[in-house]
Design a protein around this ligand. Sequence first.
Ligand SMILES: [Zn+2]
Length: 368
Amino acid sequence: MPFTTEEQQRYARHFVLREIGPDGQEKLRSSKVLVIGAGALGGTALLYLAAAGVGTLGVAEFDRVELSNLQRQTLYTASDVGRDKLDAVVAAIRERNPYVTVVPHRGRVTPETLPALLEPYDFVLDCTDRFETKFLINDACVLGRKPYCHAGVLRFEGQVLTYLPGKGPCLRCLLGSVPTGAPTCAESGVLGAVTGVVGSLQALEAVKYLLGVGELLVGRVFRFDGLTMEVRVSPFPHRDPDCPVCGEHPTVRSLTASGVREQYDPAGCGTEEPAREMDFRTFLRTRTESDLLLDAREDGLRKFGGIPGSLPYPADDGGLPTDRRIFVYCQTGEKSASLVRRLASRGLDAYNLTGGFRAYLRLDDSTS
Ligand SMILES: [Zn+2]
């Protein structure tokens, strides 16, 4: 189908690029990219992919827009707070480029749903913020032979790696197994502009792949430190022969196999007992003098306030009492859940406070 006059005007700067031109623009128009996670990375990538005229954009997301998102998630506006992110994404993209079709995929990606979800897409962007999900996406893309771009951000730093089936190492070749208790942006913070840089790089990788131009970050890891402005592109050319998913004797052959599935979902099913949970209302109602309340957030967050009566989670938790109820909270409830599981495995009477400090703040809003 020829481009309309309006499309020709819209994409004029692409048309004059030798690497794109009308043929390249047609490639973009007939391409499908799946963006998993519509937060800071995903939102940035989506804006550029939509503006570039990538014809179909799948978006997988389960969350709502929170006020704390606006510091970096520039796709959303203040009037989106409380709104379903997918609804806001569909509206934002329609507003920017009506020639792009957005396909919303509601809910968390799981080992059961992800393989079919990836199927129709030409390229995938991992814009999530949890290692367990990143490994799930990596494994699904390796097993499904789907090219994808991984990225991670924390504090002032970002990292990008692109995987092409059969052509370079995957995320597991780089990192091995899923790191446990790794810091998240909610815990450690992240500068908004850093996510903008990294999300833009992911969009750039996708566009280059779709056009078949330039050199992708395949077998090379891009690392960027926004504080020092040091950029390193480290060669990492070879697959790890012992990689559990793309190595010579892979142990990850199905995402749902026993021993595999649990790696993606440490809070849920599988061999690990889920953390015992208590919501803040119940905790505040039933709290007694002897209960111990521990704040597992980092110092940077704690100094801006915490729950009255809480103590910092000790660096060495081996000496915690066995005869008192122990309640642990972090910023989101994820890190504290893994700490509570550890305490419970040692026989301590430990509870995770569901939803973390964020849920506590919302409680304040709804009661005052
Ligand atoms: Zn690998």
